[in-house]
Design a protein around this ligand. Structure first.
Ligand code: FCB
Length: 470
Protein backbone atom coordinates (compact mmCIF):
# COMPACT_ATOMS: atom_id res chain seq x y z
CA UNK A 1 0.00 0.00 0.00
CA UNK A 2 1.30 3.45 -0.90
CA UNK A 3 1.60 5.82 2.02
CA UNK A 4 2.63 9.40 1.64
CA UNK A 5 5.78 9.80 3.69
CA UNK A 6 7.56 13.09 4.27
CA UNK A 7 9.94 12.04 1.53
CA UNK A 8 6.96 11.58 -0.76
CA UNK A 9 5.65 14.99 0.15
CA UNK A 10 8.72 17.02 -0.76
CA UNK A 11 8.60 16.46 -4.53
CA UNK A 12 4.88 17.14 -4.37
CA UNK A 13 5.43 20.53 -2.71
CA UNK A 14 8.24 21.37 -5.08
CA UNK A 15 6.11 20.54 -8.08
CA UNK A 16 3.31 22.74 -6.73
CA UNK A 17 5.67 25.70 -6.47
CA UNK A 18 6.71 25.01 -10.06
CA UNK A 19 3.08 24.82 -11.10
CA UNK A 20 2.33 28.24 -9.66
CA UNK A 21 5.22 29.73 -11.57
CA UNK A 22 3.92 28.02 -14.71
CA UNK A 23 0.60 29.85 -14.42
CA UNK A 24 0.70 32.61 -17.01
CA UNK A 25 -1.78 35.52 -17.11
CA UNK A 26 -3.70 33.54 -19.76
CA UNK A 27 -4.11 30.52 -17.52
CA UNK A 28 -5.04 32.42 -14.35
CA UNK A 29 -8.53 33.57 -13.41
CA UNK A 30 -9.44 37.17 -14.20
CA UNK A 31 -9.51 39.51 -11.18
CA UNK A 32 -13.21 40.26 -11.52
CA UNK A 33 -14.25 36.62 -11.30
CA UNK A 34 -14.49 36.48 -7.51
CA UNK A 35 -16.77 34.05 -5.74
CA UNK A 36 -18.47 34.76 -2.41
CA UNK A 37 -16.89 33.83 0.92
CA UNK A 38 -17.87 30.31 1.91
CA UNK A 39 -18.22 29.17 -1.70
CA UNK A 40 -17.46 25.43 -1.76
CA UNK A 41 -14.62 24.41 -4.06
CA UNK A 42 -14.55 20.69 -4.69
CA UNK A 43 -13.41 17.88 -6.91
CA UNK A 44 -15.51 14.82 -7.80
CA UNK A 45 -14.83 11.16 -8.44
CA UNK A 46 -16.79 7.92 -8.27
CA UNK A 47 -16.06 4.54 -6.76
CA UNK A 48 -15.87 2.25 -9.80
CA UNK A 49 -13.98 4.82 -11.83
CA UNK A 50 -11.08 5.18 -9.40
CA UNK A 51 -10.98 2.57 -6.64
CA UNK A 52 -9.78 -0.64 -8.31
CA UNK A 53 -9.23 -3.40 -5.69
CA UNK A 54 -12.39 -5.08 -6.91
CA UNK A 55 -11.75 -8.26 -4.95
CA UNK A 56 -10.41 -6.65 -1.78
CA UNK A 57 -11.99 -7.00 1.64
CA UNK A 58 -15.03 -8.98 0.63
CA UNK A 59 -16.37 -6.64 -2.07
CA UNK A 60 -19.01 -8.29 -4.25
CA UNK A 61 -19.20 -7.87 -8.03
CA UNK A 62 -21.03 -4.89 -9.48
CA UNK A 63 -22.78 -4.58 -12.82
CA UNK A 64 -19.75 -2.67 -14.10
CA UNK A 65 -17.39 -5.55 -13.25
CA UNK A 66 -19.56 -7.91 -15.24
CA UNK A 67 -20.11 -5.47 -18.10
CA UNK A 68 -16.48 -4.43 -18.45
CA UNK A 69 -15.38 -8.07 -18.45
CA UNK A 70 -17.80 -8.85 -21.27
CA UNK A 71 -15.83 -8.75 -24.54
CA UNK A 72 -16.68 -5.82 -26.78
CA UNK A 73 -18.43 -3.69 -24.17
CA UNK A 74 -15.61 -1.32 -23.18
CA UNK A 75 -13.07 0.21 -25.53
CA UNK A 76 -9.77 -1.66 -25.49
CA UNK A 77 -11.19 -4.29 -23.14
CA UNK A 78 -10.45 -1.94 -20.21
CA UNK A 79 -11.91 -2.77 -16.80
CA UNK A 80 -12.01 -1.07 -13.40
CA UNK A 81 -10.03 -3.90 -11.80
CA UNK A 82 -7.14 -1.59 -10.92
CA UNK A 83 -8.35 1.83 -12.13
CA UNK A 84 -6.40 4.49 -10.17
CA UNK A 85 -5.88 2.06 -7.28
CA UNK A 86 -7.40 4.74 -5.10
CA UNK A 87 -8.44 2.02 -2.63
CA UNK A 88 -4.77 1.79 -1.68
CA UNK A 89 -3.52 5.23 -2.71
CA UNK A 90 -6.28 7.37 -1.22
CA UNK A 91 -3.89 9.14 1.14
CA UNK A 92 -1.96 10.58 -1.76
CA UNK A 93 -5.21 11.64 -3.42
CA UNK A 94 -6.41 13.36 -0.25
CA UNK A 95 -3.07 15.11 -0.10
CA UNK A 96 -3.59 16.52 -3.59
CA UNK A 97 -7.01 17.84 -2.58
CA UNK A 98 -5.53 19.54 0.45
CA UNK A 99 -2.62 20.97 -1.51
CA UNK A 100 -5.00 22.41 -4.07
CA UNK A 101 -6.94 24.11 -1.29
CA UNK A 102 -10.17 22.26 -2.08
CA UNK A 103 -12.71 22.58 0.71
CA UNK A 104 -14.75 19.55 -0.38
CA UNK A 105 -14.43 16.20 -2.09
CA UNK A 106 -17.34 14.37 -3.67
CA UNK A 107 -16.88 10.62 -3.88
CA UNK A 108 -19.27 7.70 -4.02
CA UNK A 109 -19.54 4.64 -1.84
CA UNK A 110 -19.65 1.33 -3.67
CA UNK A 111 -22.83 -0.49 -2.65
CA UNK A 112 -21.17 -3.91 -3.34
CA UNK A 113 -18.29 -3.12 -0.95
CA UNK A 114 -20.75 -2.55 1.86
CA UNK A 115 -23.41 -5.13 0.96
CA UNK A 116 -21.64 -7.63 -1.31
CA UNK A 117 -24.95 -9.30 -2.20
CA UNK A 118 -26.79 -5.97 -2.34
CA UNK A 119 -28.76 -6.73 0.81
CA UNK A 120 -28.38 -8.85 3.91
CA UNK A 121 -24.88 -9.30 5.33
CA UNK A 122 -22.91 -6.08 5.83
CA UNK A 123 -19.20 -6.15 4.99
CA UNK A 124 -17.64 -4.10 7.77
CA UNK A 125 -14.31 -3.94 5.96
CA UNK A 126 -15.99 -2.06 3.15
CA UNK A 127 -17.40 0.46 5.60
CA UNK A 128 -13.97 0.65 7.25
CA UNK A 129 -12.46 1.87 4.00
CA UNK A 130 -14.85 4.82 3.77
CA UNK A 131 -14.39 5.44 7.47
CA UNK A 132 -10.65 5.85 6.93
CA UNK A 133 -11.19 8.02 3.88
CA UNK A 134 -13.63 10.32 5.71
CA UNK A 135 -11.28 10.72 8.66
CA UNK A 136 -8.38 11.33 6.28
CA UNK A 137 -10.33 14.06 4.50
CA UNK A 138 -11.48 15.75 7.69
CA UNK A 139 -7.95 15.61 9.06
CA UNK A 140 -6.79 17.64 6.04
CA UNK A 141 -9.65 20.12 6.21
CA UNK A 142 -11.58 18.71 3.23
CA UNK A 143 -15.31 18.14 3.74
CA UNK A 144 -16.53 14.75 2.49
CA UNK A 145 -19.55 14.91 0.16
CA UNK A 146 -20.82 11.38 -0.12
CA UNK A 147 -22.86 10.08 -3.05
CA UNK A 148 -24.57 6.76 -2.37
CA UNK A 149 -24.86 5.50 -5.92
CA UNK A 150 -22.73 6.17 -8.96
CA UNK A 151 -23.91 3.30 -11.19
CA UNK A 152 -22.13 0.32 -9.59
CA UNK A 153 -25.15 -1.75 -8.60
CA UNK A 154 -24.36 -5.07 -6.90
CA UNK A 155 -24.64 -7.74 -9.60
CA UNK A 156 -26.66 -9.88 -7.20
CA UNK A 157 -29.43 -7.28 -7.32
CA UNK A 158 -29.17 -7.02 -11.09
CA UNK A 159 -29.72 -10.78 -11.25
CA UNK A 160 -33.04 -10.14 -9.54
CA UNK A 161 -34.07 -7.37 -11.93
CA UNK A 162 -32.08 -4.41 -10.66
CA UNK A 163 -33.70 -1.08 -11.43
CA UNK A 164 -36.47 -2.76 -13.40
CA UNK A 165 -38.16 -3.85 -10.16
CA UNK A 166 -39.77 -1.46 -7.72
CA UNK A 167 -38.54 -3.42 -4.66
CA UNK A 168 -35.09 -1.97 -5.34
CA UNK A 169 -36.28 1.29 -3.78
CA UNK A 170 -36.52 -0.25 -0.30
CA UNK A 171 -33.21 -2.06 -0.73
CA UNK A 172 -31.55 1.23 -1.63
CA UNK A 173 -33.07 2.93 1.42
CA UNK A 174 -31.76 0.09 3.64
CA UNK A 175 -28.28 0.49 2.15
CA UNK A 176 -28.44 4.28 2.65
CA UNK A 177 -29.36 3.79 6.31
CA UNK A 178 -26.43 1.41 6.85
CA UNK A 179 -23.95 3.90 5.43
CA UNK A 180 -25.44 6.80 7.37
CA UNK A 181 -25.30 4.86 10.65
CA UNK A 182 -21.56 4.44 10.18
CA UNK A 183 -20.62 7.83 8.67
CA UNK A 184 -23.47 10.21 9.54
CA UNK A 185 -21.60 11.53 12.57
CA UNK A 186 -18.90 12.96 10.29
CA UNK A 187 -20.34 13.30 6.79
CA UNK A 188 -22.77 16.21 6.52
CA UNK A 189 -23.51 16.26 2.78
CA UNK A 190 -25.29 13.24 1.30
CA UNK A 191 -26.27 12.86 -2.34
CA UNK A 192 -28.61 9.96 -3.07
CA UNK A 193 -27.97 9.22 -6.75
CA UNK A 194 -25.70 10.28 -9.56
CA UNK A 195 -27.44 11.14 -12.83
CA UNK A 196 -30.41 8.76 -12.85
CA UNK A 197 -31.28 9.93 -16.37
CA UNK A 198 -27.87 8.95 -17.78
CA UNK A 199 -27.99 5.59 -16.01
CA UNK A 200 -31.50 4.98 -17.34
CA UNK A 201 -30.84 6.00 -20.95
CA UNK A 202 -27.34 4.60 -21.48
CA UNK A 203 -27.56 1.58 -19.17
CA UNK A 204 -31.19 0.57 -19.69
CA UNK A 205 -32.41 2.32 -22.85
CA UNK A 206 -29.62 1.83 -25.38
CA UNK A 207 -27.33 -0.58 -23.56
CA UNK A 208 -23.99 1.19 -24.06
CA UNK A 209 -23.39 1.19 -20.30
CA UNK A 210 -23.93 -1.48 -17.64
CA UNK A 211 -26.15 -3.38 -17.21
CA UNK A 212 -26.47 -3.28 -21.02
CA UNK A 213 -30.26 -3.36 -21.29
CA UNK A 214 -32.19 -1.71 -24.09
CA UNK A 215 -35.71 -0.55 -24.87
CA UNK A 216 -38.04 2.22 -23.83
CA UNK A 217 -39.88 0.23 -21.18
CA UNK A 218 -36.60 -0.70 -19.46
CA UNK A 219 -35.45 2.89 -19.57
CA UNK A 220 -38.69 4.18 -18.06
CA UNK A 221 -38.65 1.55 -15.33
CA UNK A 222 -35.08 2.52 -14.47
CA UNK A 223 -36.05 6.20 -14.31
CA UNK A 224 -39.10 5.69 -12.14
CA UNK A 225 -37.49 3.21 -9.75
CA UNK A 226 -34.42 5.40 -9.30
CA UNK A 227 -36.67 8.36 -8.56
CA UNK A 228 -38.56 6.24 -6.07
CA UNK A 229 -35.36 4.91 -4.48
CA UNK A 230 -34.09 8.46 -4.14
CA UNK A 231 -37.30 9.48 -2.39
CA UNK A 232 -37.25 6.49 -0.03
CA UNK A 233 -33.59 7.07 0.83
CA UNK A 234 -34.21 10.78 1.48
CA UNK A 235 -37.03 9.81 3.85
CA UNK A 236 -34.87 7.15 5.52
CA UNK A 237 -31.91 9.45 6.11
CA UNK A 238 -34.07 12.32 7.28
CA UNK A 239 -35.59 9.97 9.88
CA UNK A 240 -32.21 8.46 10.73
CA UNK A 241 -30.36 11.55 11.82
CA UNK A 242 -31.02 15.27 12.23
CA UNK A 243 -28.66 17.84 10.77
CA UNK A 244 -27.66 16.04 7.57
CA UNK A 245 -27.73 18.06 4.35
CA UNK A 246 -29.57 15.77 1.96
CA UNK A 247 -29.73 16.07 -1.79
CA UNK A 248 -29.19 14.33 -5.08
CA UNK A 249 -27.16 14.82 -8.25
CA UNK A 250 -28.71 15.27 -11.69
CA UNK A 251 -27.23 15.64 -15.15
CA UNK A 252 -29.03 18.65 -16.62
CA UNK A 253 -28.50 19.97 -20.11
CA UNK A 254 -30.47 22.35 -22.32
CA UNK A 255 -32.07 20.44 -25.20
CA UNK A 256 -31.84 22.76 -28.18
CA UNK A 257 -33.46 22.09 -31.55
CA UNK A 258 -31.07 21.02 -34.26
CA UNK A 259 -32.81 23.28 -36.77
CA UNK A 260 -35.72 25.68 -36.89
CA UNK A 261 -37.97 22.96 -38.38
CA UNK A 262 -41.12 22.46 -36.34
CA UNK A 263 -40.37 18.72 -36.10
CA UNK A 264 -36.96 19.39 -34.56
CA UNK A 265 -38.37 21.92 -32.15
CA UNK A 266 -40.97 19.39 -31.02
CA UNK A 267 -38.25 16.73 -30.72
CA UNK A 268 -36.14 19.00 -28.52
CA UNK A 269 -39.11 19.59 -26.24
CA UNK A 270 -39.71 15.85 -26.07
CA UNK A 271 -36.07 15.10 -25.31
CA UNK A 272 -36.13 17.77 -22.63
CA UNK A 273 -39.09 16.03 -20.98
CA UNK A 274 -37.49 12.56 -21.08
CA UNK A 275 -34.11 13.88 -19.93
CA UNK A 276 -34.44 16.91 -17.65
CA UNK A 277 -38.15 16.84 -16.80
CA UNK A 278 -38.19 13.14 -15.90
CA UNK A 279 -35.91 13.76 -12.96
CA UNK A 280 -36.71 17.37 -12.02
CA UNK A 281 -40.50 17.45 -12.19
CA UNK A 282 -41.33 14.53 -9.90
CA UNK A 283 -38.75 15.69 -7.34
CA UNK A 284 -39.86 19.32 -7.23
CA UNK A 285 -43.48 19.14 -8.40
CA UNK A 286 -44.62 15.57 -7.74
CA UNK A 287 -45.55 14.86 -11.37
CA UNK A 288 -43.91 13.65 -14.57
CA UNK A 289 -43.97 15.88 -17.67
CA UNK A 290 -47.26 15.46 -19.52
CA UNK A 291 -45.54 14.15 -22.66
CA UNK A 292 -44.27 11.07 -20.86
CA UNK A 293 -46.94 10.43 -18.26
CA UNK A 294 -48.91 7.97 -20.44
CA UNK A 295 -45.75 5.90 -21.00
CA UNK A 296 -45.01 5.87 -17.27
CA UNK A 297 -48.54 5.28 -15.99
CA UNK A 298 -48.25 1.46 -15.82
CA UNK A 299 -45.26 1.76 -13.46
CA UNK A 300 -46.77 4.19 -10.98
CA UNK A 301 -48.45 2.92 -7.84
CA UNK A 302 -50.51 5.12 -5.51
CA UNK A 303 -48.19 7.05 -3.21
CA UNK A 304 -45.13 6.90 -5.50
CA UNK A 305 -45.23 10.52 -6.56
CA UNK A 306 -45.63 11.71 -2.97
CA UNK A 307 -42.63 9.57 -2.00
CA UNK A 308 -40.53 11.04 -4.81
CA UNK A 309 -41.43 14.64 -4.03
CA UNK A 310 -39.13 15.16 -1.07
CA UNK A 311 -37.62 18.39 0.15
CA UNK A 312 -33.92 18.53 -0.66
CA UNK A 313 -31.35 20.64 1.15
CA UNK A 314 -29.36 20.91 -2.06
CA UNK A 315 -29.45 19.88 -5.67
CA UNK A 316 -26.24 18.81 -7.38
CA UNK A 317 -26.06 19.76 -11.05
CA UNK A 318 -23.66 18.01 -13.41
CA UNK A 319 -23.14 20.02 -16.56
CA UNK A 320 -20.89 19.38 -19.54
CA UNK A 321 -22.64 20.59 -22.70
CA UNK A 322 -25.97 21.49 -24.26
CA UNK A 323 -27.61 18.92 -26.55
CA UNK A 324 -28.81 19.62 -30.10
CA UNK A 325 -31.80 17.42 -30.79
CA UNK A 326 -33.51 16.36 -34.03
CA UNK A 327 -36.72 14.57 -34.89
CA UNK A 328 -35.83 10.85 -35.05
CA UNK A 329 -38.93 8.72 -35.61
CA UNK A 330 -37.12 5.37 -35.35
CA UNK A 331 -35.34 6.17 -32.08
CA UNK A 332 -36.16 5.20 -28.51
CA UNK A 333 -38.60 8.04 -27.88
CA UNK A 334 -38.70 9.86 -31.20
CA UNK A 335 -35.93 12.38 -30.59
CA UNK A 336 -32.17 11.99 -30.75
CA UNK A 337 -28.90 13.91 -31.05
CA UNK A 338 -28.79 15.85 -34.31
CA UNK A 339 -26.60 18.32 -36.16
CA UNK A 340 -24.83 20.98 -34.15
CA UNK A 341 -24.64 24.62 -35.24
CA UNK A 342 -21.74 25.68 -37.47
CA UNK A 343 -18.70 27.10 -35.73
CA UNK A 344 -19.18 25.15 -32.52
CA UNK A 345 -16.03 23.83 -30.83
CA UNK A 346 -15.74 20.37 -29.30
CA UNK A 347 -13.62 18.62 -26.67
CA UNK A 348 -11.66 15.60 -27.81
CA UNK A 349 -14.57 13.41 -26.69
CA UNK A 350 -16.66 15.22 -29.31
CA UNK A 351 -18.77 17.01 -26.69
CA UNK A 352 -19.76 20.56 -27.67
CA UNK A 353 -18.25 23.43 -25.69
CA UNK A 354 -20.80 26.05 -24.68
CA UNK A 355 -20.66 27.55 -21.21
CA UNK A 356 -23.89 29.48 -21.81
CA UNK A 357 -25.71 26.18 -21.29
CA UNK A 358 -24.55 26.11 -17.67
CA UNK A 359 -25.97 29.54 -16.91
CA UNK A 360 -29.15 28.65 -18.78
CA UNK A 361 -29.57 25.47 -16.73
CA UNK A 362 -29.02 27.24 -13.42
CA UNK A 363 -31.38 30.06 -14.32
CA UNK A 364 -34.05 27.57 -15.28
CA UNK A 365 -33.78 26.06 -11.79
CA UNK A 366 -34.20 29.57 -10.39
CA UNK A 367 -37.25 30.31 -12.51
CA UNK A 368 -39.06 26.97 -12.86
CA UNK A 369 -38.07 24.93 -9.80
CA UNK A 370 -38.21 27.40 -6.92
CA UNK A 371 -34.55 28.47 -6.89
CA UNK A 372 -33.16 25.58 -4.81
CA UNK A 373 -29.72 25.59 -3.22
CA UNK A 374 -27.54 24.25 -6.01
CA UNK A 375 -23.99 23.12 -6.37
CA UNK A 376 -22.29 22.32 -9.65
CA UNK A 377 -21.24 18.80 -8.67
CA UNK A 378 -19.51 17.94 -11.96
CA UNK A 379 -18.06 20.08 -14.71
CA UNK A 380 -14.98 19.43 -16.76
CA UNK A 381 -13.56 18.48 -20.11
CA UNK A 382 -11.90 15.58 -21.86
CA UNK A 383 -8.72 16.32 -23.79
CA UNK A 384 -5.90 14.20 -25.15
CA UNK A 385 -3.27 15.57 -22.83
CA UNK A 386 0.42 15.58 -23.70
CA UNK A 387 2.85 13.61 -21.53
CA UNK A 388 4.32 15.39 -18.49
CA UNK A 389 6.72 18.16 -19.50
CA UNK A 390 10.21 18.67 -18.08
CA UNK A 391 8.74 21.02 -15.45
CA UNK A 392 6.79 18.12 -13.96
CA UNK A 393 3.43 19.38 -15.23
CA UNK A 394 0.97 18.11 -17.79
CA UNK A 395 0.10 21.19 -19.84
CA UNK A 396 -3.64 21.19 -20.50
CA UNK A 397 -4.41 24.75 -21.51
CA UNK A 398 -7.55 23.65 -23.40
CA UNK A 399 -9.02 22.28 -20.20
CA UNK A 400 -8.07 25.47 -18.37
CA UNK A 401 -9.94 27.51 -20.99
CA UNK A 402 -13.00 25.28 -20.60
CA UNK A 403 -12.95 25.60 -16.80
CA UNK A 404 -12.41 29.36 -16.93
CA UNK A 405 -15.38 29.86 -19.25
CA UNK A 406 -17.65 27.67 -17.14
CA UNK A 407 -16.62 29.35 -13.89
CA UNK A 408 -17.43 32.70 -15.50
CA UNK A 409 -20.87 31.33 -16.44
CA UNK A 410 -21.35 30.14 -12.86
CA UNK A 411 -20.36 33.58 -11.60
CA UNK A 412 -22.89 35.12 -13.97
CA UNK A 413 -25.63 32.85 -12.65
CA UNK A 414 -24.76 33.85 -9.09
CA UNK A 415 -25.04 37.51 -10.05
CA UNK A 416 -28.47 36.69 -11.52
CA UNK A 417 -29.71 35.42 -8.17
CA UNK A 418 -29.12 31.67 -8.55
CA UNK A 419 -28.42 30.15 -5.14
CA UNK A 420 -25.18 28.52 -6.21
CA UNK A 421 -23.11 27.39 -3.25
CA UNK A 422 -20.16 25.70 -4.86
CA UNK A 423 -18.40 24.14 -7.81
CA UNK A 424 -16.86 20.65 -8.09
CA UNK A 425 -14.60 19.85 -11.00
CA UNK A 426 -14.84 16.50 -12.76
CA UNK A 427 -12.47 15.01 -12.04
CA UNK A 428 -9.73 14.93 -9.46
CA UNK A 429 -8.01 12.15 -11.41
CA UNK A 430 -7.94 10.73 -14.90
CA UNK A 431 -10.00 7.58 -14.49
CA UNK A 432 -12.08 4.76 -16.01
CA UNK A 433 -14.47 6.64 -18.28
CA UNK A 434 -17.14 3.93 -18.52
CA UNK A 435 -17.54 2.45 -22.03
CA UNK A 436 -14.55 4.54 -23.19
CA UNK A 437 -12.22 2.93 -20.65
CA UNK A 438 -9.00 4.82 -19.96
CA UNK A 439 -8.94 6.48 -23.37
CA UNK A 440 -10.74 9.60 -22.14
CA UNK A 441 -9.02 11.87 -19.66
CA UNK A 442 -10.94 14.36 -17.52
CA UNK A 443 -8.57 14.72 -14.54
CA UNK A 444 -6.85 17.79 -13.18
CA UNK A 445 -4.28 15.27 -11.99
CA UNK A 446 -2.91 13.01 -14.68
CA UNK A 447 -2.62 9.29 -13.95
CA UNK A 448 -0.12 7.06 -15.72
CA UNK A 449 -2.13 3.84 -15.79
CA UNK A 450 1.00 1.69 -16.15
CA UNK A 451 2.72 3.01 -13.03
CA UNK A 452 -0.24 4.73 -11.30
CA UNK A 453 1.92 7.82 -10.83
CA UNK A 454 -0.05 11.03 -10.34
CA UNK A 455 1.15 14.23 -12.06
CA UNK A 456 -0.61 17.57 -11.67
CA UNK A 457 -1.86 19.39 -14.74
CA UNK A 458 -1.95 23.13 -15.38
CA UNK A 459 -5.70 22.93 -14.67
CA UNK A 460 -4.89 21.84 -11.11
CA UNK A 461 -2.77 24.94 -10.63
CA UNK A 462 -5.46 27.08 -12.25
CA UNK A 463 -8.10 25.86 -9.80
CA UNK A 464 -5.75 26.10 -6.84
CA UNK A 465 -5.12 29.69 -7.84
CA UNK A 466 -8.84 30.43 -8.29
CA UNK A 467 -9.53 28.94 -4.85
CA UNK A 468 -6.81 31.00 -3.22
CA UNK A 469 -8.17 34.19 -4.72
CA UNK A 470 -11.76 33.24 -3.80
C1 FCB B 1 -20.78 12.07 -16.02
C2 FCB B 1 -20.57 10.97 -15.02
C3 FCB B 1 -19.14 10.80 -14.59
C4 FCB B 1 -18.19 10.97 -15.76
C5 FCB B 1 -18.48 12.25 -16.49
C6 FCB B 1 -17.52 12.54 -17.62
O1 FCB B 1 -21.94 11.84 -16.74
O2 FCB B 1 -21.33 11.21 -13.87
O3 FCB B 1 -19.01 9.56 -13.96
O4 FCB B 1 -18.27 9.88 -16.58
O5 FCB B 1 -19.78 12.21 -16.99
Amino acid sequence: MMRLSRRGLLPLLASLAGLRRALSPETAMAEGDRFPAGFVWGASTSSYQIEGAVNADGRGPSIWDVFSHTPGKVKGGDTGDVACDHYHRWREDVEWLARGGFSAYRFSTAWPRILPAGEGAVEERGLDFYDRLVDGLLGRGVAPWLCLYHWDLPQALQDRGGWLHRDIAEKFADYARIVARRLGDRVKHWAMLNEPNVHALFGHGIGGHAPGLAGLSNMLAAIHHQNLAQGRALQALRAERAGLALGTVLSLQPARPSSERAADRAAAARFDAFWNGAVLDPLFAGAYPATMSADLAPLIVAGDLEAIRQPVDFLGVNYYAPMWIADAPGSLFGAWFGATPPGLRFTSFGWPIDASGLAETLIRLRDDYGNPNVYVTENGACYDDPPPAADGTVHDEDRVAYLRDHLAAARGALAAGVRLGGYFVWSLLDNFEWAEGYSRRFGIISVDFATLTRTPKTSFAFLADAIRRG
